[in-house]
Ligand binder design. Structure first.
Ligand code: M6R
Length: 598
């Protein structure tokens, strides 16, 4: 979703830093991009399309100026176009503004500003901000005051930054949209996310809701809503910029699929003692569960949460899973004893944050299970457990899903009323990285993808722990191939979806574990009778190969760990279908890595 980068420094031209930053933010998903560089005048360039299109719009001769802001836009108000791209300027062209989020009262503000004679050029909600600044300046405010007064008129969510002509200061503020400041040796940065400037500095300050920042080459000053200076804590990020390169893979998604063994090792490190059969998550030392657990999450994270809720129920803990956008504290039993777990790799998803905040308001304890240190979820929840997957650039969640599952497996043990060591389960968790590596080395997913690349649609079925695998398999397929795909609990197939099954709709059946296999094989027979080709993801190929046209084999790792392996095979199938179709795998159309609107 929209991304912001800002820079002010001494030695380096702002334009290079901004363009690098925008490239690093591409993974968030966007449809247009732009920059504004402040020198004696303000140079603004913006284009619909990719950052590469913006590059061609910028003249070759040196763009002077050591301060500026840049933006990748994911349309909310008005279609993607050069005009709707950020930055937006006022009537004089002296101030430029970039914004992430939604300004809910923009219509009222725009009417008021138009009545005062301001002319608007775009369809965006953002454009009210530079005009509000212009008004405040005309009334005698300093630039900093004008920025503050403008922001204080906004209702909704925003991360917003502004630069003025002839000024090396970048002004910024946030409310419910992420913004992080970077402290470098030769300048200061601000961005929606650390990868935008990680190649320059790993020292960061996270802005909180309601805070303002004034950033210039001599330093940063953070103030609260009343203008009082706030003491800020500088944190050091441990991400290696190398991690964010493609390392020879054609796509980040493929690289990240291959990083899963390492990601899982990191997730388990120092938390699991195999000899004692114990699991200790130090961040959760003071977490005491008293009542039921409710999971809130979206998309892939929701599929991980379904898995987590089932694990907990098996441990005797009452646990339910909710789509964060549907979570309603008014109609659900949520109270002081409820633990609400937000599963969110980015820690910024607006729907999930809304659900967590609502849970907090009614007195529940909240726990963020996230990948991003310092994210909104990590900072606002009572407890946080990091999944430690490392940066995930591809919009399609892959390694974060596997790491979420492993973290949830550990969490299920931490929250279990019965802390009897489960040595066998822990051993299986420990062997996951090697087993995933084996799948990655030996998978025949590419050949299966080639066989079925022209299919009309893809269906995925599974039971029990394999239901979330089926749902996730379908989500990944539709997300990156743009083809119709649906996931079902296998038993549901005959209650409607079977009408869609034909010779041109391969069915991927996840048939692992003994207790459910026989019934899922029954469902395979149903689809075969309608002529559909069947691909079985299985740990017992000899039982299934008489029914399936193709096998994707996974090592048998027990009912709770085998689903983590099955998903890897399905990730690979989707990747190779999308690759065959020449799709924009890392940046699928219409999607964003971090979905910061509800
Ligand atoms: O950052 P989150 O985990 O909260 O994101 C939730 C979903 O937007 C996300 O999982 C989305 O479904 C992925 N792009 C799927 O690959």
């Amino acid at each position: 979703m929209c991304g912001i980068i800002g820079y002010t420094g001494t030695d380096r031209g702002a334009i290079d830093v901004l363009m690098n930053g925008l490239s690093s933010l591409e993974y968030r998903g966007y449809d247009s991009a732009g920059v504004a560089v402040a020198d004696s005048s303000l140079a603004v360039f913006k284009r619909e399309g990719e950052v590469s299109a913006l590059e061609t719009a910028i003249p070759d001769d040196d763009i002077g100026g050591t301060a500026g802001i840049g933006h990748t836009r994911w349309s909310t108000h008005g279609p993607p176009s050069d005009t709707n791209a950020h930055p937006h300027t006022d009537c004089t062209g002296d101030v430029a503004v970039v914004h992430n989020g939604i300004i809910e009262n923009y219509r009222t503000l725009q009417s008021e500003l138009e009545a005062d004679g301001h002319t608007f050029n775009s369809d965006t909600d953002t454009e009210v901000v530079p005009h509000l600044i212009e008004t405040a300046l005309a009334e005698g405010a300093t630039r900093e005051e004008a920025f503050r007064q403008a922001v204080q008129r906004l209702e909704g969510s925003y991360a917003v930054a502004a630069v003025f002509e002839g000024d090396e200061t970048v002004y910024a503020a946030r409310n419910e949209s992420p913004l992080v400041l970077g402290l470098g040796d030769d300048g200061y940065y601000l961005a929606s996310d650390v990868p935008a400037f990680i190649e320059y500095t790993d020292r960061v300050v996270y802005l909180e809701d309601g805070q303002f920042a004034r950033v210039n080459p001599s330093g940063i000053v953070v103030t609260d809503e009343q203008g009082a200076i706030v003491e800020t804590a500088v944190e050091t990020i441990s991400w290696d910029p190398e991690d964010a390169g493609k390392s020879g893979y054609d796509h980040y998604m493929l690289k990240e699929i291959h990083e899963q063994p390492t990601a899982i090792r990191k997730c388990l490190r120092e938390r699991v003692t195999e000899m004692e059969g114990s699991i200790t998550v130090s961040e959760l030392a003071d977490l005491e569960r008293q009542g039921p657990v409710q999971f809130v999450a979206c998309g892939t994270s929701y599929h991980a949460a379904l898995y987590g809720a089932r694990l907990l129920r098996e441990q005797g803990v009452p646990a339910q899973c909710y789509l964060a956008s549907e979570y309603d504290v008014e109609s659900l039993p949520v109270g002081n004893e409820t633990l609400v777990v937000g599963v969110t790799q980015s820690g910024e998803t607006a729907d999930t944050m809304r659900a967590l905040r609502a849970a907090n308001r009614v007195g529940a304890s909240t726990l963020a299970l996230t990948n991003v240190v310092g994210s909104s979820a990590a900072r606002e929840c009572d407890h946080v457990m990091y999944i430690r997957a490392g940066p995930e650039i591809g919009v399609a969640a892959t390694k974060t899903f596997a790491s979420q599952q492993v973290a949830l497996a550990m969490l299920s043990q931490v929250l279990s009323p019965d802390r009897t060591p489960e040595t066998d389960f822990i051993k299986r968790l420990r062997t996951l990285p090697d087993r995933i590596q084996r799948i990655l080395d030996e998978s025949n997913a590419q050949a299966i993808a080639e066989t079925y690349v022209d299919a009309d649609a893809y269906f995925f079925i599974g039971r029990g722990y394999n239901t979330p695998v089926a749902l996730e398999g379908a989500l990944k397929m539709k997300e990156i191939t743009y083809k119709h795909a649906e996931g079902f609990a296998a038993g549901e197939l005959k209650h409607g979806p079977l009408a869609l099954v034909t010779e041109a709709t391969p069915v991927f059946a996840i048939v692992t574990g003994e207790s459910n296999a026989a019934r899922t094989i029954g469902n395979i027979k149903e689809v075969e009778a309608r002529g559909a080709p069947v691909v079985a993801v299985t740990d017992s190929p000899s039982d299934v190969d008489q029914y399936a046209d193709h096998i994707l084999e996974v090592p048998s790792s027990g009912p709770r760990c085998t689903p983590i392996l099955s998903n890897i095979q399905l990730q690979l199938v989707s990747y190779w279908v999308a690759n065959q179709l020449g799709r924009s795998i890392d940046k699928p159309r219409n999607l964003a890595k971090s979905v910061t609107v509800e």
